[in-house]
Write a protein that binds this ligand. Structure first.
Ligand code: B12
Ligand code: SF4
Ligand code: SF4
Length: 238
């Protein structure tokens, strides 16, 4: 059954505008913190959809986010929320449970925790690894992607989780304006957020310095995305 539904669902997601599609078996994220704590209990898989930014958006980022990047992040979030809502409807119409996860929703405002980390789900789906900057690094697009997820119990074929390919690279660590990236290595995922990042430094930069700037209005940055060699365009046709 999964052999039929997975390609059909993938074709549907791509037709909606997704650039990336993957399926995570939730057994690979057993024990991950969620809000509410039993969020994943009625589901077996997460369908991951991703949209890419063009590298040009990051060419303009030098020492902080641009108003254009902020606009495009808002557009990408709206697109992902729209698509994941339609995917939820599509799976429900086929008779299965489905629950879309928002592109950017902070549930615990003190600890900056979401319902579930979609990066962790996307890694489990095989769409990339968690890099030293704690972002999902896709082999083709680096981290110039945004992602959303739909939890489901539909019969699907899951991908294979990806391991870290950062190697000796430290480009994101060198570029970070807050000196927040510790440069630690892990094979699957770090033991904690703090093991990867000096979280207070990153958050302080984004929330207190970048967000109040004119036409930014949200805690964004883009510097550790741009610095990653995998984010660079692979080829230019013109
Ligand atoms: C809250 C939040 C923030 C907060 C906190 C960031 C953080 N790292 O926690 C702030 C405002 C600081 C922030 C900043 C940024 N964010 Co933000 N953010 C989120 C949000 C809503 C939740 C992130 C989260 O889960 N944090 C909790 C920590 C603990 O989880 P984590 O970072 O994934 O790391 C842990 C897990 O992955 C875990 N893990 C992984 N696998 C497994 C498996 C098991 C079994 C277990 C137990 C654990 C585990 O290991 C890690 C350490 O514990 C997500 C969207 C979402 N719903 O996921 C977007 C998201 C992560 N943000 C995103 C981006 C792009 C950014 C910024 C670059 C800003 C910008 N837009 O320019 C920076 C990068 C900062 C950084 N280096 O991490 C993108 C990342 C896309 C990508 N390619 O990875 C996301 C996914 C939004 C999206 N829709 O695409 N963000
Ligand atoms: S988002 Fe900015 S401040 Fe935070 S780790 Fe990346 S480069 Fe550093
Ligand atoms: S810049 Fe280098 S170290 Fe950082 S995430 Fe990319 S590959 Fe990994």
């Amino acid at each position: 059954m999964g052999e039929q539904f997975t390609p059909e669902l993938k074709a549907y997601c791509l037709s909606l505008g997704a650039d990336l599609f993957g399926v995570a078996d939730l057994k690979h994220v057993e024990g991950i913190p969620t809000i509410p704590t039993d969020l994943l209990d009625s589901y077996k898989y997460a369908v991951i959809i991703g949209v890419t930014y063009s590298f040009e958006v990051f060419e303009q980022i030098v020492d902080g986010p641009t108003p254009l990047y902020s606009r495009q992040q808002t557009a990408a979030n709206a697109l992902l929320d729209h698509m994941s809502f339609l995917v939820q409807k599509h799976i429900s119409a086929a008779g299965y449970r489905a629950l879309a996860q928002a592109a950017s929703l902070v549930m615990d405002k003190e600890n900056w925790m979401p319902n579930v980390s979609t990066k962790a789900l996307a890694r489990a789906a095989g769409l990339g690894w968690l890099g030293k900057n704690l972002l999902l690094i896709n082999p083709q697009y680096g981290s110039r992607i945004r992602i959303a997820a739909v939890l489901t119990n539909a019969p699907l074929e899951a991908g294979i989780p990806m391991q870290n390919h950062c190697g000796e690279c430290t480009k994101c660590q060198e570029a970070c304006p807050a000196q927040a990236i510790r440069g630690a290595y892990w094979r699957d995922y770090p033991a904690s957020r703090e093991a990867a990042l000096d979280f207070a430094r990153c958050l302080g930069k984004l929330k207190d310095e970048f967000s109040p700037r004119p036409d930014i209005g949200q805690p964004i940055c883009g510097i550790c995305i741009k610095a990653c060699p995998f984010t660079q365009p692979k080829k230019r046709s013109r």
